[in-house]
Design a protein around this ligand. Sequence first.
Ligand SMILES: Cc1ncc(COP(=O)(O)O)c(C=O)c1O
Ligand SMILES: [Zn+2]
Length: 389
Amino acid sequence: MFLTHLECSACGKQHDWKRLQNLCIACGKPLFAIYDLEAVRKLECNMRSSLAEREKSLWRWRELLPLPEDVEPVSLGEGGTPLLKSKKFGGEVDVDLWIKDESVNPTQSFKARGMSVAVSMAKFLGARKLAAPSAGNAGGALAAYAARAGLEAHIFMPRDTPRANVIECRETGAHVTLIDGLITDCGAEIAKRKEREGWFDVSTLKEPYRIEGKKTLGFEIAEQLDWKLPDVILYPTGGGTGLIGMWKAFDEMEKLGWIDDRRPRMFSVQASGCAPIVRAFEAGEKFAPEFPDAHTAASGLRVPKAIGDFLMLDILRKSNGGAIAVDDEELIRAMREVGSKEGVFVAPEGAACFVALKKLRASGKIDIGERVVIFNTGSGIKYLDVFNA
Ligand SMILES: Cc1ncc(COP(=O)(O)O)c(C=O)c1O
Ligand SMILES: [Zn+2]
């Protein structure tokens, strides 16, 4: 294993990876996993050239993930998802559009990536009971991976979370508590009780390894596009783990000599009813204040306050990208448009990115012919409630 230590993303303080860790003990910000990339680079059997023979799951990137070599990961075959070339939508807005379809993951969303790595490490380091607040898909993934690992899962969800997510969590053995409030209220409930209950908190960015699973999105698109990153990435943003993880992956790949120093312009796509990152980006702020009265049918985007806000805002600015909000009516309408044009029943969060693409083309922030990757982070099938209204 090439993991050497954990480092605070804000103050740089180092932490030992061999102990279960949540946030930085000095400043309370997220911790990042740091690897000996020089050693990976020098490996006798060059890692990149052996990829073709490896398993399809995200564990094919083993040298760039935590977990000692002789420990079996908790896996359901996550990752290795298709990057689909758009059939119609891209041509209609004059861009070279690709769709990273994460709906084919175990539990039908990209949350499987983060949970596979986080649950693997938590189990290895001795955790027995895992807890997380969830807007829906993270809960489903935690329930499944905890069941697979033989660990307890305690999941707190807003009462109006899509029904499919709640049922899925219960049927895969999790203890589910519904809260009259938002994901932030669910997180506060866990923080209050975790000590007494002996829970290890696997909330977004509050432990170091979900982001490691999510960073494999960055490795995969690089490999699938022949090691040339796209011009633009559109990412439906709640807590921002995928955005932050991909950016970390780009840095690691550059240090390994796999890619050059060019980066895609990264755009956060949010819902108009909950757009803290869009507001803070536009206001030139370093942190994003809590968004009042958060509401949207794209439940994964209903995150009024994110602990990784400063990391996201920094990435959007450094990459020369931006942040854009989309109305619920538009994103729900886009589900049918994308479904009928591309054959993918996208999640509302993924659909939001297609609306954002049209807007960014219209405003000239994306040029004709640019290569754009959209992340469809989940499956429309979990959101049937949206169509009852
Ligand atoms: C389908 C879907 N897309 C996007 C998101 C937002 O992801 P992130 O927290 O990585 O920003 C979520 C989070 O719940 C989700 O379920
Ligand atoms: Zn710190």
